[in-house]
Design a protein around this ligand. Structure first.
Ligand code: ACO
Length: 320
């Protein structure tokens, strides 16, 4: 096993949208959203571009790691998409940082940060010294249909970053994918070729079967946490902290109950951040790091699930 996290960073857009703000244009209520999801407010990119928050989170992580961008060997951006299809978000971050290394995006939806860690681990397993920036960024506000109350109230925008290098923090990691377009789908524009008829053009916004994703998520968290703790040679109870993808408080409570683990082991930030997709886990990691809540030797599990459908989980020791 082959990496250590040497720095973290994050960024949230300035505009905060509360549940009450949503009632101005959606048939919903603060109480419905809070009781079904645990969400009270979320940050939305209005003034900022996706690149702006990606860049700020990257700079924060590089400063925290004391790394000059020119010394980066690779930039990986887990994201559903940046401001442009090409250049990739990773390339635009690379340019703005003044870095010169290869850079690419990966799309594993909300599991993207754990997928990014696994890709970094694979590069580092080559044995060459490398410093890698993983910058997980999503602007879900640009992908949801703001007339659909069943999805618009859940999602939000943010960026979370980590700098990793050769080390031995990673104890086990597991990724999975089960292709399923019905559960969660964000269609793409199909172009304007004159041969296409109007009815072939999809609505380019997120469509979700909420109850199906809900069931999938609880099972995924439980199965993946059991697997990665077993692979790391530890018991679930040995974990000091679990950082789950911040989709919905009820999903996390459901998983904790099924695993018979106390909620205090699970870090929850969904209340003021909503579901920021790939950014949700590194946003929490950075918050804990900056508030001195991660102590050397702590055993931490990350567990994510999302569109694809994908899942990813790992066990780390904190050494920074
Ligand atoms: N405000 C008020 N009422 C609403 C709202 C809303 N925002 N949204 C839906 N409702 C209504 C529905 O219309 C329905 O009304 P009806 O019974 O008259 O038909 C009722 O509330 C219940 O709807 P359900 O969908 O059954 O509500 P449920 O308790 O399942 O909660 C939720 C819905 C919150 C979406 C839940 O299914 C969930 O959390 N699913 C997981 C979603 C998720 O986390 N997705 C992201 C993970 S993947 C990723 O991160 C990319």
């Amino acid at each position: 096993m082959s990496f250590s996290i040497i720095g973290t960073g994050s960024a949230l857009p300035k505009t905060i949208q509360t549940n009450s703000d949503l009632t101005a244009f959606l048939d919903t209520s603060h109480d419905w959203i809070l009781s079904r999801t645990g969400i009270e407010a979320r940050h939305i990119c209005i003034e900022e571009s996706i690149l702006d928050i990606a860049f700020t989170a990257s700079i924060n992580a590089l400063e925290n790691a004391d790394i000059n961008p020119k010394h980066l060997d690779l930039i990986i951006c887990p994201t559903l998409g940046g401001d442009t299809i090409t250049p990739s978000l990773a390339c635009l971050v690379q340019e703005k940082l003044g870095a010169t290394c290869p850079a690419f995006d990966i799309n594993a939806a909300c599991s993207g940060f754990v997928y990014g860690l696994d890709v970094a681990d694979a590069y580092l397993s080559r044995g060459k010294p490398m410093t890698i920036l993983i910058i997980a960024v999503d602007a879900m506000s640009k992908l949801v249909d703001w007339t659909d109350r069943s999805t618009a109230v859940l999602f939000a925008d943010g960026a979370g970053a980590a700098v990793v290098t050769n080390g031995d923090d990673l104890k086990s990691i597991y990724l999975s994918a089960v292709g399923n377009q019905h559960a969660l789908d964000i269609p793409w524009a199909k172009g304007n070729h004159p041969g296409l008829s109007e009815k072939e053009l999809p609505i380019p916004y997120l469509i979700m079967d909420g109850p199906e994703v809900y069931r999938f998520a609880i099972t995924a968290i439980c199965d993946d946490l059991r697997r990665v703790t077993r692979d790391a040679g530890i018991a679930l109870e040995d974990l000091d902290l679990i950082i789950p993808h911040q989709a919905n408080q009820r999903i996390i409570e459901g998983a904790a109950k099924r695993l018979k683990l106390p909620m205090k082991k699970f870090v929850l930030r969904v209340k003021n951040q909503g579901n920021t997709s790939a950014a949700s886990i590194p946003l929490v990691l950075d918050d804990l790091n900056r508030h001195g809540q991660l102590k050397p030797g702590m055993l931490i599990a990350l567990t994510a699930f999302g569109g694809g459908l994908t899942t990813g989980a790992c066990v780390l020791t904190w050494s920074k």
